[in-house]
Design a protein around this ligand. Sequence first.
Ligand code: FEO
Length: 396
Amino acid sequence: MAVQKLKDNVYFVGAIHWDRPIFDELVELPKGTSYNSYLIKASEKTVLLDTVDPEKTYELMRNLDILGIDKLDYVVAHHAEQDHSGSIPAVLERFPEAKVVTNAKCKGFLMDLMPIDEEKFIVVKDGDVLDLGDMHLRFIFTPWVHWPETMISHLEEKKMLFTCDFFGSHIATSRVFGPKDEMLIYEGAKHYYAEIMMPFRTHIKKHIAKIEELGFDMICPSHGSVHKNPQFIIDAYKDWVSDRLDNEVLIPYISMHGSTKKMVEYLGDALMEKGIDVKLFNISEVPLGEVAMALVNDATVVFATPFVLAGAHPSIASLAYLANALRPKAKFASVIASYGWGGKAVDHILGMLGNLKVDVIDPVLVKGEPKEDDYKALDKLAEEIYEKHKSIGITG
Ligand code: FEO
């Protein structure tokens, strides 16, 4: 992205990665992403806040050229992951006088990950302030959003928060403040939260309370849109990390010869008849991010799988593994499965959900095609889900 002025003497100097297809070989990026790096030109010091993925170093350098930067005092590293820190060695090569400002844990990670000499670092503590002359940058430690070393910074005079991954979104857009349609910002941020931040919601709750004590009118994350309306993204995060649940059942499924699909569609209809929303996701077709987003607030998850090689289908097993790692706040879970001659698909899936604090509702296991009794069992499952949702007051 071209240089964008955010406020007087504060600029976006990062890069858009329009065609990056996937992050961490896991998170699909249907809308691309960006690596947001920011430059502060204060009266005494010039500071770069985070860098960009090494693949985009040339764009960062070009933006610094456009601004005529010939001296850099500090590079702040809020987070050691390479999409933000990977260009630090190149920046230090170009600006040998610059120091890397970060916390002790991040310093250790950076030295593990890339060649930076120890004397290049200035280590800060929680609450420390970097004096830039007419501006001051305060560091606030926010561990586990989403690594243990993550921190944010507050440019006090400009009322700007620089939050790195926190409040970020994987979205490539030429508009630094995001698309005109705020819903696209919401969805991009929710997708990001679901796949990156969800396991850390307890930490995030505490960090939001701490952040709200600061004065700011702009949040500048390191992916996606800069938030000119910070309350919008803070309110969205507050909802996602809260205990509020939707009266909705997520049913991720795979069907090899149609039996499981028949059960899924029957159960979906039975739930809808009771006023419960459903998301029926054939996971061989639906992007993982959609499934993860449904996990953010859905009260119940029903995994649906055929037996394969005496266990659950590997795609559903993989999804159960991921759901367990993401630690959604769902309260209830079940399994529906179809089999030909035997196996342990139900135990296989339930055994993978140890991190989820869910009541398990009796699974439904069908031999071959579902028959009358099987449909009755699915009706019973729908009724039990309804009763469970009613018991926590979300049936409306
Ligand atoms: Fe965007 Fe955790 O890196």
